[in-house]
Design a protein around this ligand. Sequence first.
Ligand code: ENP
Length: 266
Amino acid sequence: KWKGEGTTPNLESIVIGRCYEYIRIVNPSVGEKNCTKIWEAFKKAFMNKDPCNILPSDYELFINLSLHTIPPNKSLFWENNHLLVTSYSDRTRRYMPLCDTLIGSFGDFLNWCGQANDTGFNYDSCPTTEECENNAVETFWKIASITYAKQSSGAIYVMLNGSAIGGAYPVKGFFADYEVPNFQKDRISQIEIWVMDDIGGPDLDSCGRGSVQILEERLKTMGYDITCVDNYKSVLLLKCLDYLNHPDCSIVSSAPSTQKGLVSPD
Ligand code: ENP
């Protein structure tokens, strides 16, 4: 019936497994949580309801039960860089983007929806954002983004994609609409933007230019201390793992001679 993919098969097992893995192994500092109870609250948000009329408040209990602190200087916001962010953050070891929080682990890479007058999931199809914005997945990320942005403190990092067709900073998107407006100014010391181009890809947007400039100006007007870095080296090294000999990765290809110098100083 709907144009979008249906609920991910085995959703319950995946999500409850992820939840226990998160609290026991990935980030035990969140303390004791009842993953079954959190799953029940998650389900209650959209089960037995019109799949196009799910409101942020429907997820309120779920959010309250799964909330935990985000350490200062660990927040990583992004657009058009999902897989890169996932590898770079290293499951909270380096950074803690929303998908590396307990809340985010309930949704990352998954799909779900229910239907009116039915207590089951719809495994066949779910509404896309074009079909209706207030669908279960979109609303979930909306309230999750708002909550995450409100909790973020210290230095804030933003990873954008300088080769993205619609611009590195989509002026309509989760970051622009639900995250930036919910930053807690008094708890944020600075914001650092990284604009990563695809290896061999077009350099469509960069610091001080195009949509990145729009973001920089917006944040400056809000009174933030901003830095912007094009192709931030640390992330570039990770991207270059798969393109060792590409000219965009000369930073990596030149490494052996430097290393030789270091190994045998005389
Ligand atoms: P896209 O369109 O590049 O990637 C969407 C994919 O990322 C989906 O598979 C989605 O999971 C997963 N995802 C992980 N975290 C988020 C998220 N946080 N979010 C929406 N999808 C997320 O990403 P978007 O739509 O532009 O969203 C990027 C936003 O995430 C940025 O605002 C960033 O700061 C934020 P699923 O369950 O749909 O398969 C918030 C919204 O953290």
